[in-house]
Design a protein around this ligand. Structure first.
Ligand code: C2O
Length: 549
């Protein structure tokens, strides 16, 4: 195994998109940021130096960080932010994970431009476990582009209590693509010889949109999600939620003179709320030595794929159901901790003198889990306060159940969930305990899919469904054979998902909705996983350069 050392300079960089020049925050002047390429078992040492005028921290999304929670990155959770002029060295080893992950800023909305791919290949000499071996690989980061400074957008929304503005375009590897005049030259190209198979590593790094992806004329074989292999299955469309990754094999088996679009657009289930209704493209070009439609110029545009309608929940569900683990999975059991968590938006009634930009002009948006709207501390990080027993930073009374039973069929849908309580509440887990969580979407304010992400863990998705979760009936439908393993689950709109994992990684681990506007509004909680007794069951000591508040 190798040790890879990198320096990440967070800085302001001018870039031109949608015909306008902007200063954005980047790593090393690159947008998207540098791709990290490692093998399973390797160690990464990344010195992050902050030359920007914002506080920043970097999260290595999906990395287990076994015993190295100090390197996980979310600000005020596992570290205080790196202040302008400061630096912090993240050090961690990648164990038992192969596939595609990514890294992103975990401070305010900086991740709009501060993100990159993290590719984990099998150990030297160990082949990919799929039949068709790819001869080419492409990371494909899907993002959102904002004409405005994203930090200003969210600050303004927080001031007024309103929903923030939506992005102005989606991007593929930082480029809006062919459908925009001024970026046609820079459209991301995927090339290969006729007959070759390419591994496309998709990441949804967009802030606030789940995305559908299709490729003209080519089918995709899904072989991995969130750095876990899957049972290969072939599909025409992917649905990737923010935080999730999807690895697909594509064989270049179509007429080589034509070019083919890879296209992505939003999957949006809210009603009457503005969203980014644009489409972004990359293009597949055959490297065939023949006259292609590119030479023939704009006369022959590339072939365009059929994308599902923006609100096609059927397509999203069908795709999610197709994902399975490749082999029989050992299911952690028996369950020691049974949690039932409502996830969704709520509204605060305005106090006198407050701005009230929410619905009906007398409310402000909020979001919660079990009616607790998560408040990030600002005097210390949760992990530091836990490690040194510093009181007053958090409490450990996060409720295992909602205060009122949630019921879609009730006349007056759980009014009690409309006014969440802002607090910093953690849920304590004994080392090694088996945790099952029912994530019940509430759709009280607006029907929405919520991508729920856990730091420090992969979990098994045992079942998903619509309506109220019914403990007796729905437990019969659990996939205890080959459930998919992920770090982010898209909880179906007006529905639920059941996840399970063993709490074998000590530390403080954030769980939150990966739509950034929802984490801003408090759709988060954190687990405090206690140390075990064994030598390899305890959190390591904090690094000497851990940023303090
Ligand atoms: Cu990808 Cu808490 O984040």
């Amino acid at each position: 195994a190798e040790v890879h050392e990198h320096e990440f300079i967070v800085q302001e960089t001018p870039v031109t998109r949608l015909c306008k020049e902007h200063n954005i925050i980047t790593v090393n002047g690159q947008f998207p940021g540098p791709t990290l390429e490692v093998r399973e078992g390797d160690t990464l040492v990344i010195n992050v130096v902050n030359h920007a005028q914002y506080n920043v921290s970097i999260h290595w999304h999906g990395i287990r960080q076994f015993r190295t929670g100090w390197a996980d990155g979310p600000e005020f959770v596992t570290q205080c932010p790196i202040k302008p002029g400061g630096s912090y060295k993240y050090k961690f080893t990648i164990e038992g994970q192969e596939g595609t992950l990514w890294w992103h800023a975990h401070s305010s909305w900086l991740r709009a431009t501060v993100y990159g791919a993290l590719i984990i290949r099998p150990r030297e000499g160990k082949p990919y476990p799929f039949d068709k071996k790819p001869s080419r690989e492409f990371p494909i980061l899907l993002g959102e582009w904002w004409d405005a400074n994203p930090i200003d957008v969210i600050r303004e929304a927080q001031r007024t209590g309103a929903a923030p503005n939506v992005s102005d375009a989606f991007t593929v590897n930082g480029q809006p693509g062919d459908l925009y005049n001024c970026s046609r030259q820079d459209t991301t190209a995927i090339s290969g010889k006729p007959g070759e198979t390419a591994l496309l590593r998709f990441v949804n790094s967009a802030l606030n949109h789940e995305l559908f992806v299709s490729i003209a004329a080519h089918r995709m074989t899904v072989v991995g999600v969130d750095a876990s292999y899957t049972k290969p299955f072939t599909t025409d469309v992917l649905m990737i939620a923010p935080g999730q990754t999807t690895d697909v094999l594509v064989t270049m088996d179509q007429p080589p003179a034509t070019r083919y679009y890879v296209a992505a657009r939003g999957y949006v289930t809210t009603q009457g709320v503005p969203f980014d209704n644009t489409t972004t493209t990359a293009v597949i070009e055959y490297d065939c030595g023949c006259a292609t439609t590119k030479e023939l110029g704009p006369v022959i545009p590339p072939a365009f794929p059929a994308l599902p309608a923006f609100n096609d929940t059927g397509a999203a569900t069908a795709f999610a159901r197709g994902i399975k683990s490749p082999n029989k999975v050992e299911i952690p059991s028996p369950v020691d901790e049974n949690l039932f968590l409502t996830v969704g938006l709520g509204l605060f009634n305005c106090e006198p003198g407050q701005l009230c930009g929410g619905p009906n002009n007398n409310t402000r948006f909020t979001a919660s889990m079990n009616n607790v709207s998560f408040v990030f501390p600002n005097t210390d990080s949760l992990l530091h306060a836990h490690y040194y027993d510093i009181p007053g930073v958090f409490t450990t009374d996060f409720p295992a159940y909602p205060p009122v039973q949630f019921d879609y069929t009730a006349q007056n849908v759980s009014r009690g969930l409309w006014q969440p309580v802002p607090a910093t509440k953690l849920y304590k887990l004994r080392f090694g305990s088996v945790v099952q969580i029912v994530l019940q979407d509430t759709s009280i304010v607006s029907p929405e899919n919520h991508p729920i992400h856990i730091h420090g863990y992969d979990f098994l998705i045992l079942a998903e469904g619509f309506g109220n979760y019914d403990a007796e009936k729905d437990a019969q439908k659990f996939n205890l054979e080959n459930p998919p393993q992920r770090n982010t689950v898209a909880v179906p709109v007006n529905g639920w998902a059941v996840i399970r994992f063993r709490a074998d990684n000590p530390g403080v681990w954030l769980m939150h909705c990966h739509l950034d506007v929802h984490i801003t509004w408090g759709l988060a909680m954190a687990f405090l996983v206690e140390d075990g007794y064994g030598e390899l069951e305890t959190l390591q000591a904090p690094p000497v350069d851990l940023p303090m508040c």
